[in-house]
Ligand binder design. Structure first.
Ligand SMILES: *[C@@H]1O[C@H](CO)[C@@H](O)[C@H](O)[C@H]1NC(C)=O
Ligand SMILES: *[C@@H]1O[C@H](CO)[C@@H](O)[C@H](O)[C@H]1NC(C)=O
Ligand SMILES: *[C@@H]1O[C@H](CO)[C@@H](O)[C@H](O)[C@H]1NC(C)=O
Ligand SMILES: *[C@@H]1O[C@H](CO)[C@@H](O)[C@H](O)[C@H]1NC(C)=O
Ligand SMILES: *[C@@H]1O[C@H](CO)[C@@H](O)[C@H](O)[C@H]1NC(C)=O
Ligand SMILES: *[C@@H]1O[C@H](CO)[C@@H](O)[C@H](O)[C@H]1NC(C)=O
Ligand SMILES: *[C@@H]1O[C@H](CO)[C@@H](O)[C@H](O)[C@H]1NC(C)=O
Ligand SMILES: *[C@@H]1O[C@H](CO)[C@@H](O)[C@H](O)[C@H]1NC(C)=O
Length: 422
């Protein structure tokens, strides 16, 4: 028989072993990856004053002699110990990532996020195409520049790709690269390429994956005609196309009877002509932004009654006619901006039905006649802009008793005084 104390020690050791086994065996970093990451870290410098909107992982925790699977911003495969994900968003990283970076030897990578760092003077290395398992790639606002490597089209498993630039056109797409990428990455759900240079490609040649949920192509210099096959993509919920000055002429009519679009932003382009009535078939819209174009004609009343719409931005266009008097109490509008158009007639009486409205700007139009004497809602209205119209009569007392009102702008109208009591 073993003496009691020896048995005790053995049991103790056994427990220690079990503890060790359970806490490390499932995440013990593969030695190759451990070394590759240390070399990657050593190839960069770290800037401590990061301006992030939240706390992000930091490469500072990456220390030789510790298990890389415990380092911040990393995920490992629980069985092989290979690194599968790196997230160093806003990591304060500075330097260059070259073709010989050990980063590219991490062949099990599924998700790479280096957004909001400073890799100025680097191109995106062509070896990025070697990450055969990559499903998520985020290099937004990381100051890469130059041509996007053709090898990006090898990433056939991509589900999300973020390459937005913070300035205009630092990253450039060749048409062939762009087309092959779209052809191969058939599982793309999120494509955010704002302010990359797509001017070599035409809007009409886009063959976009039907699995797309988010598409952001703001300020890309896309040319040609916006066609409705994009608006009608079966799963697309968020479409951002603002700041594209070379898209021509008219907004397309929809050929689909319904679409899944939640958010549609096509502002600061140069669209002319009227808002297609068929846009009212976009019944899932919560936000419609067509501001700062050259749209004319009147505001289709069917757009003001879209069941889920809560933000409608049509400012800085040439819209005319009256504001349709169709507002229901069930409307969800929170923000309505019709500033700087040629809208005429009286303020529609039903507009005060809007219970959720926070922001109303109809200044710089040709509205005339009196403000409604009595209102029903407006209980959440915080900002009301009516300046530079031809509104007349007396300013009704409700203007001064709205419970949530913070800003009231009435100047440059033809009001003749205030009515203090009703
Ligand atoms: C890590 O530490 C070991 C031993 O302490 C050393 O031999 C090795 O060179 C170090 N590796 C790196 C990348 O610093
Ligand atoms: C990586 O390549 C750059 C030039 O592209 C070179 O200056 C550098 O020495 C290389 N680094 C290593 C570790 O080979
Ligand atoms: C990637 O970067 C974008 C900026 O374009 C950011 O908004 C987004 O949240 C990032 N995505 C992920 C998955 O971190
Ligand atoms: C498409 O993806 C596959 C698998 O990654 C790759 O072998 C092929 O070269 C890619 N095609 C193009 C045109 O990039
Ligand atoms: C568009 O892409 C799909 C699948 O990615 C393909 O089957 C189809 O042939 C392409 N169409 C054109 C016109 O390139
Ligand atoms: C909405 O779609 C339906 C079915 O395709 C169509 O009949 C109707 O004309 C469309 N509405 C508008 C305003 O185009
Ligand atoms: C709107 O503009 C287009 C082209 O700019 C013009 O042909 C059309 O007559 C205008 N329509 C209205 C109602 O002003
Ligand atoms: C207000 O203007 C309308 C025409 O725009 C005019 O018919 C009306 O008499 C004016 N009312 C007052 C009180 O000036």
């Amino acid at each position: 028989m073993l003496p009691f104390s020896v048995a005790f020690i053995l049991i103790h050791l056994c427990c220690l072993f079990l503890l060790f086994h359970f806490s490390f065996s499932h995440s013990f970093c593969h030695p190759h990856d451990n070394l590759a990451l240390l070399h990657f870290k050593a190839s960069l410098t770290m800037n401590d004053d990061r301006y992030c909107d939240q706390v992000y992982p930091t490469i500072a925790t990456w220390e030789n002699g510790t298990d890389c699977c415990t380092w911040s911003g990393l995920k490992c495969d629980t069985i092989s110990g290979h690194v599968t994900a790196i997230d160093l968003t806003c990591g304060g990283l500075k330097g260059q990532i070259n073709a010989n970076s050990t980063l590219f030897t991490l062949s099990h990578m599924q998700s790479l996020n280096l957004a909001f760092n400073d890799f100025s003077n680097s191109h995106i290395p062509s070896r990025i195409g070697q990450f055969a398992h990559l499903t998520h790639l985020n290099l937004s606002s990381s100051n890469f520049e130059g041509e996007i490597p053709p090898q990006i089209s090898h990433l056939s498993k991509l589900q999300s790709l973020h390459l937005s630039c913070s300035g205009y056109h630092k990253l450039m797409w060749k048409e062939g690269t762009w087309k092959r990428m779209l052809q191969n990455a058939t599982e793309l759900r999120v494509l955010v390429l704002s302010f990359t240079d797509l001017s070599s490609t035409s809007m009409s040649s886009l063959n976009l994956s039907s699995s797309l949920i988010t598409l952001s192509l703001r300020g890309t210099g896309l040319k040609g005609k916006l066609t409705d096959d994009i608006l009608c993509l079966p799963n697309l919920q968020y479409l951002y196309l603002s700041y594209n000055f070379d898209l021509h002429a008219q907004l397309p009519s929809l050929s689909c009877s319904s679409a899944s679009l939640n958010v549609l932003q096509i502002s600061f382009c140069k669209f002319q002509g009227s808002i297609p009535p068929s846009f009212s078939n976009l019944t899932s819209l919560t936000l419609l932004d067509l501001s700062d174009n050259s749209l004319n004609g009147s505001i289709p009343s069917s757009h003001l009654t879209l069941p889920h719409l809560n933000v409608l931005l049509l400012y800085k266009n040439h819209l005319s006619g009256q504001i349709p008097n169709v507002f229901h109490q069930s409307n969800r509008f929170e923000k309505l901006n019709l500033r700087e158009n040629n809208i005429q007639g009286e303020l529609p009486s039903t507009i005060s039905n809007l219970q959720h409205l926070i922001y109303l700007d109809i200044s710089r139009n040709k509205l005339e006649g009196p403000l409604p004497n009595k209102i029903i809602g407006f209980s959440n209205l915080a900002m009301l802009f009516l300046t530079h119209n031809f509104l007349n009569g007396t300013i009704p007392s409700w203007c001064f008793s709205l419970p949530s009102l913070m800003y009231l702008y009435l100047s440059n109208n033809q009001f003749t005084g205030m009515s203090y009591c009703e």
